[in-house]
Structure formats: structure tokens, C-alpha cells
Design a protein around this ligand. Structure first.
Ligand code: GLU
Length: 524
């Protein structure tokens, strides 16, 4: 085994004395006291200000697995890439967690939960690797690495710092000191002893055992420019000391799995169980073919799209829940469970590829969800949405809450016949817009039967009950020798501008006498 560095040189290489030994860290972050089978998961976004559907998909799995097993769900902010960081991004993440109802339990004992605040931990683990000769300081500059890459490309070799290309792999103490005296700051690289001719077996909870060629790259563990860890090294340290049992992450991390296994083995730690999620596909509007979603083409990839457009977050969760746990819809239709939270999902059943996100299906979930809401809750959701995203027209629609409630109450009292044409908060408002005079669009195409409308007005009384009201319509029809339905249609179009509305009697009741009379007169 190769010799490691001595403590005083490690201190110089790392720019500070390591605060802990591994034993001290183990003591500081003891095993969690949880029931057998409890999942410990984390959602670990980088604060880029952008939460995409794939993040939501992973976070939902994390939260669901932890909550259904009586475990722990954490929110960890992976802010080690200062270049990608966006101001306010952490608030966006937290806000999204709240909107989706993903309650996280960031027990202080295992924190901090910002990677930028965990430098002492990373440095301490790096010190241990340096002392054991499993890592080394690397003084290659960006230009030198460029040159190496160009050489490798020209010769048709794999790019990267490995083997003969890893100039500082076996650097002597004297050379290290010379570089340091020169004011150079090294990165800390893994001293890989693995051989890509051999294969390593890794486990994924969905895919089972997968073998990869071993990793021989001396990957950077700690960056030279800011002393922060790379994703790989932070993952090793954090998921070990936070006692994460399951790492749910996008399949773009699958190629890094052999490296992560290598790191865990080097430390003598058990790796977590990995769940690599497939990226979500959609049906392309133009070609009709299934394809991956893209940030550039598909605004709905950003979860903010759904908030702004007023989609019920519950419907989004229910629908995505059904993508990742395909038996859910059936269980719900059979009445075995009421919501995704009641359904027990199985990690093994998470789709391995091409989970399809279809807006039409989301519409179904949204309609079903809105149909279950008591009217007071529906009103509240709409008001909340308008306050955050609405324009002046929407604001006008929520000014008189009683009137809004009236318009929304129609066809909601009979549980067997609840209207199912409301999809989003925004679309609901536009669906009922004709209730407001400013938004009402008189129907210019319809050829009104003026006699029918005049006859109706002659006996119309808002205080009539539904039977009396209908009998009057029948009387008009009889008198004029036309169909009852024709009279009703004339009235419907006169008061709503549309040929298709919910129960007309209820519509008139909500609108009130004045408004009904005025619209009928205007139609005449
Ligand atoms: N910060 C990583 C990402 O956003 C997290 C991956 C993981 O969950 O380990 O891709």
C-alpha cells in the first residue's frame, strides 16, 4: 500500500487543519433510531432557481417512501457549484416543498443541510484519504488539463485524468511542498487503483444488479478554486453521515455509480440503495411521437408553469404518483384508497424508462380532483391563485365572494352528478366568466326568437321555484307552438351567450332578476 501524507502536510494541502477524525464524525452522527424498514431519503437540489418535473418526480418518491415507512425525508441544498447558483433559489425550493406538501425533517443533529456549510466534514474525510494514500493533491492548471485533453483526443484515448495522464498521482512530498511554497492551491483527487478491464457490480433498486467497468479516473474530490467538494465526494460524505438509506436521483447519475461504489468501498462504508429515475417523456404535438421533454421546447418542464397556469398541485401529485406507481389509479377507482398518500408504492415498480407525462391525462386527474372539493375550498383555492397570479379581470371575479361562490356552487350538490368541466383555477374562472357583466360576451350569431323571449319576460319572477319556472317556459312554448327546448335554448343563449351551460334555472338564480332581465332585453 502506498504511503499517505503526514498530518502537517495534509493541513497545508487542505489549507486548514481537519476538524474531525472519522471516528469523531461517526460519533457525532450516530445511527438513527428508527423502526426496521424505515427509509431515510433526501431531496437534494442544486439552487438553480428552476425545479423541473424530473425533480418533482424524484422528490415525490423520496417523500412518499420516507413517509409511508415511518422514516425521514430531508431537504439538502447542494450549493457546491457557486457558478450555477441563483439568488432566491433556496426560497423557491422551500416554497415548492410547501406547495406540494412535502414536509421535510431536517433534524439539526445531522445537519447542516447546506453543503457549503459542511466544509469541515468534507475536509476531514479528505484528510483521512490523504493520510491513507487514497487521495492526492493535484496541481494541474486548467491550461495543463486542456493540453492533456487535446493529446488524448488526438491519440483516441479516453479523456480525463487517469493513469499515465495523472501527472501528480505519485508526486513526492518535496514536490508538493515546492508547489505550495509557490502559492499554488491544489485540488484533491482520488487515487484510483481500479482497473476498467474489470467490472464492478452495483445495485439499483429498480434495475437490480448492474455491472460497469471499474473507474480508473482520479476524479476531483475537493476543488482547488473554492475548497468545496464535487457532487461525488459530497454525496459520499453526506449520505453516509446523514444515514440516507435510499438515494433517489435522475438516471443521468447512473454512469457515476461505479465511482460511487468505489468511494464507499474505499471508506469501508455501506452504499445506500440507489433508485435512478427515468427522465419524463411527452407526446410531441407536431409529430405525435413520444420524446424526452426539453427545457427549451417544453415550458411545462418547469413546475412553476403549473403554478402559474393554476393547476391544482394535488392533481399533479396524483398524476405523477400514478406514473411512478402504476397500480394507484386502479386502487383509487376501486375505492381502496382515496389519495396517493394512502397507496403503498413499491420501489421495484418505478418505471425504468420513458415515464410518459401527458397533459390530457393530467386534465383527467385535475377534473376528478376539483370535483371532490367542497365549494368553499374551491373558492379558497381560486382566490389564493388569483392573489398570486391573477390579472385585473380575475381580481374582479373574486371581488364579490358570495357571487363567485354562487356561480361555483351550481351542479355541486348531488355527489353523483358533480360537474367535471373545471380543470385549472384559471380555466374555471374563464368557464364561469359570463356571470360577470364586463366579461359576458353576447351571442351575435344566434337567431333569437323575440316572441319567446318577450313572453318569458312577461311572467318571469325570480322567486319562482324550479317547477313553476319550467311550467312557465312550457306555457310559452305551447302558446307559440314551438318546442320547450327551443324556448330554454333562447333563454340560455340570451343570459349566458352560450349554447351549453350548467343548469339554467340555477344560473338565473345566481345572476339575479335584474341581470337576467337586462340580458334577455338586450338579446331582444
Ligand atoms: N444535486 C444533484 C442534482 O440536482 C442531486 C442528485 C442526487 O439526488 O444525489 O442532480
Amino acid at each position: 500500500m502506498r504511503n499517505g501524507l503526514k498530518p502537517d502536510l495534509i493541513e497545508r494541502v487542505l489549507g486548514a487543519k481537519p476538524k474531525y477524525t472519522i471516528a469523531e464524525l461517526e460519533e457525532k452522527f450516530p445511527a438513527r433510531n428508527l423502526p426496521e424498514g424505515a427509509y431515510v431519503t433526501r431531496f437534494a437540489p442544486s439552487p438553480t432557481g428552476f425545479m423541473h418535473l424530473g425533480n418533482l418526480y424524484s422528490a415525490l418518491i423520496d417523500f412518499k417512501l420516507a413517509s409511508q415507512s415511518g422514516g425521514v425525508f430531508m431537504l439538502r441544498i447542494e450549493d457546491t457549484d457557486t457558478k450555477r447558483e441563483v439568488e432566491g433559489a433556496v426560497d423557491i425550493v422551500k416554497n415548492n416543498m410547501r406547495r406540494f406538501g412535502f414536509k421535510y425533517n431536517n433534524d439539526e443533529k445531522y445537519g447542516p443541510y447546506f453543503q457549503s456549510q459542511r466544509k469541515d466534514i468534507y475536509r476531514s474525510v479528505a484528510a483521512d484519504l490523504l493520510a491513507k494514500g487514497l487521495a492526492y493533491p493535484c496541481f494541474l492548471t486548467a491550461t495543463e488539463m486542456e493540453e492533456i485533453r487535446a493529446k488524448q483526443n488526438a491519440a483516441g484515448f479516453a479523456t480525463g485524468i487517469y493513469g499515465e495522464f495523472a501527472r501528480d498521482r505519485d508526486i513526492s512530498e518535496e514536490e508538493i511542498i515546492k508547489h505550495l511554497d509557490n502559492g499554488e492551491v491544489p485540488s484533491i483527487r482520488l487515487y484510483s487503483t481500479c482497473n476498467p478491464e474489470q467490472r464492478i457490480f452495483c445495485k439499483d433498486a429498480v434495475r437490480g444488479s448492474i455491472s460497469f467497468p471499474e473507474n480508473n479516473e482520479d476524479l476531483v474530490l475537493i476543488k482547488s478554486n473554492d475548497g468545496l467538494p464535487t457532487y461525488h465526494f459530497a454525496h459520499l460524505c453526506d449520505d453516509h453521515f446523514m444515514h440516507t438509506t435510499h438515494v433517489v436521483r435522475g438516471e443521468e447519475w447512473l454512469p457515476s455509480l461505479p465511482l460511487h461504489y468505489q468511494l464507499f468501498r474505499m471508506m469501508g462504508w455501506n452504499p445506500p440503495l440507489y433508485i435512478h429515475t427515468a427522465t419524463l417523456d411527452k407526446i410531441d404535438e407536431e409529430t405525435g411521437k413520444q420524446r424526452k421533454m426539453s427545457k427549451r421546447k417544453d415550458p411545462e418542464l418547469n413546475v412553476e408553469f403549473f403554478f402559474a397556469a393554476g393547476w391544482p398541485t394535488v392533481a399533479l401529485i396524483e398524476y405523477i404518483g400514478n406514473i411512478l406507481a402504476s397500480g394507484y389509479e386502479e386502487a383509487k377507482l376501486k375505492g381502496q384508497v382515496k389519495s396517493f398518500w394512502e397507496y403503498e408504492m413499491k420501489p421495484k415498480k418505478i418505471p425504468m424508462s420513458g415515464g410518459l407525462f401527458d397533459m390530457k391525462k393530467l386534465e383527467w386527474w385535475a377534473k376528478e380532483h376539483i370535483a371532490t372539493l367542497p365549494v368553499s375550498e374551491l373558492v379558497q383555492k381560486i382566490v389564493d391563485w388569483v392573489n398570486e397570479y391573477g390579472d385585473s379581470v380575475h381580481k374582479e371575479q373574486i371581488r364579490d365572494i358570495d357571487y363567485l361562490t354562487g356561480a361555483l356552487s351550481i351542479e355541486r350538490d348531488n355527489p353523483k352528478r358533480i360537474r367535471k368541466d373545471f380543470i385549472t383555477w384559471k380555466q374555471t374562472l374563464s368557464e364561469i366568466a359570463y356571470f360577470w357583466d364586463d366579461l359576458f360576451v353576447p351571442n351575435k350569431e344566434f337567431e333569437f326568437n323575440k316572441d319567446a323571449l318577450n313572453e318569458f319576460l312577461a311572467t318571469f319572477d325570480i322567486a319562482d321555484d324550479k317547477d313553476t319556472w319550467w311550467n312557465k317556459i312550457v306555457a310559452v312554448a305551447t302558446k307559440l307552438g314551438i318546442k320547450n327546448g327551443d324556448v330554454a335554448m333562447n333563454l340560455r343563449v340570451a343570459v349566458t351567450g352560450r349554447t351549453n351551460t350548467p343548469d339554467l334555472y340555477s344560473v338565473m338564480q345566481v345572476m339575479g332578476e335584474q341581470r337576467v332581465k337586462e340580458r334577455v332585453k338586450n338579446a331582444i
